[in-house]
Design a protein around this ligand. Structure first.
Ligand code: DX5
Ligand code: ZN
Length: 229
């Protein structure tokens, strides 16, 4: 089954509780929370205090994507703020194994991300320890960019690894996902789709979520498996 993780980067920050409630009611499986430090990426978003304020306002799982240079230092504060899963970048300055251990040691799910220019095989030594691998389909830093279809071989590579190893690893794709590109990503083997502008920029967010999930399910030949409620 394909899951959707709407990115609050494209929400209205003055109405964050309302926007999060909208996607929760609209069928989101988790909430993608993009943390940017203005150093690892050329943009600053928000930090742990926003996450802790949101935590009591929703039941959604918090999928925290750290686009920061030194994730290891900040793992305890994001865990305390309410993260359920923390994804950090292979390209960050922190030691990957120590960062995985720190996240796991706090009882959270662990994800690792690669930027478009990074070979997916760098994740090989870590895959057995991860809950999720994130393939960026835009350069991290901003919402609303164009989906890079040329990243699909990375997704296919991960899907083959999952099959060969009978793994439960989630394969997440982040950047430029909408009802059209969701089909491409799901066909390649992605099972967690991040969508920011396509969901929060839509007039009807529930409809946007439905369209993305329907496309993804169609790509995987699972049209009939979507539970209608
Ligand atoms: C980009 C972020 C994404 C972003 C996706 O650096 O990691 O999560 O919010 O936004 P869209 O879906 O608009 O490309
Ligand atoms: Zn993200």
């Amino acid at each position: 089954m394909v899951q959707i993780s709407p990115s609050i980067l494209s929400a209205d920050f003055s109405q964050l509780e309302r926007d999060v409630s909208d996607v929760e009611a609209g069928g989101a499986h988790m909430l993608h929370i993009d943390v940017m430090d203005g150093h690892f990426v050329p943009n600053i978003s928000f930090g742990a205090c926003v996450i802790s304020s949101l935590r009591p306002r929703t039941q959604l799982m918090f999928d925290v994507h750290l686009m920061i240079s030194d994730p290891l230092t900040y793992i305890p504060s994001f865990a305390k703020a309410g993260a359920d899963m923390i994804t950090f970048h292979y390209e960050s300055d922190s030691d990957a194994q120590k960062t995985i251990d720190a996240i796991r040691g706090l009882g959270l799910r662990v994800g690792m991300a690669v930027k478009p220019g990074t070979d997916i095989s760098v994740l090989d030594p870590f895959l057995p320890q991860l809950d999720m691998a994130l393939v960026m389909t835009v350069e991290p830093g901003f919402g609303g960019q164009k989906f890079m279809g040329q990243m699909m071989p990375k997704v296919e590579y991960l899907r083959s690894w999952v099959s060969a190893n009978h793994s439960t690893l989630w394969i997440q794709v982040d950047g430029g996902i909408d009802a059209v590109t969701a089909r491409t990503a799901a066909a390649a083997g992605a099972d967690v789709l991040v969508a920011g502008s396509a969901v929060f920029g839509a007039v009807d967010r529930q409809d946007a979520i439905d369209s993305i999930l329907q496309s993804a399910a169609a790509a995987q030949g699972q049209e009939n498996k979507i539970a209608k409620q």
